[in-house]
Design a binder for this molecule. Sequence first.
Ligand code: 13P
Length: 256
Amino acid sequence: MKKKQIYIFANWKMYLDYDESNIFANRFSNVVKEISKEINVVVFPEALSLYTVGQVLGDVGVGVGAQNVYWLDKGGYTGEISAKMYKDAGCKYSLVGHSERRHIFNETNQEVRKKLEAILSKKMIPVLCVGETAKERKTGKADKIIEIQLRSALSGLTLNAKKEIIIAYEPVWAIGTGQACDADEAERMHALIAKIVKKMAIKANFKILYGGSVDSGNVSAYLIKKTINGVLVGGASAKFESWYKILKTAEKLNKK
Ligand code: 13P
């Protein structure tokens, strides 16, 4: 396979509690040696189990990331957890602007920007999620919405060519619905994202992942596409058997 690195990221959302997350991490740590180094695996557990999951998986080369951060380091912000706190707890990555944050918790493009800057300032790697709703797609606005989300999050950032930024294309209508985006269309959207980012002339090392109803049956359709660097998996990443199958599929493609 021509890709140098394949990104297989697991967003556990709020699917697994503390015990389940730790049991999963221990089980996963026993099989992770079957996965080559070219496959970059990162797990995003809920906040309470993140530290112990990170201890178990860090030893075997799997990264952990936050699902969300607050942009200020410390202060009177009841219920929030800062990017700094996640960094101190061992996070190398953080999701930002996930559609569940945008649509369930009304997170705005402005807040996404502040969170992204906080993540970068702590030298963590952001996984910026962008995606259109079903209505936006039906009315022909998908491409424009993606451009607005990308521009508001990234315009004017001063970075360097080594700085890694991961963008996850996650159409809202494909998340948790079993209605995955057709791989050809995902490829077109990825090419569009690459074009927009190029136009913005931001010096950074961009990778683009697809997310939305990825499972062991469809993952290879995405991974074989040139513009798709990997996948961000939700539901299927929180069940050990399907997660294991997804990784084995990536491993097979990597060996080809
Ligand atoms: P599903 O894989 O459950 O559709 O979720 C995708 C997602 O939101 C990953 O961030």
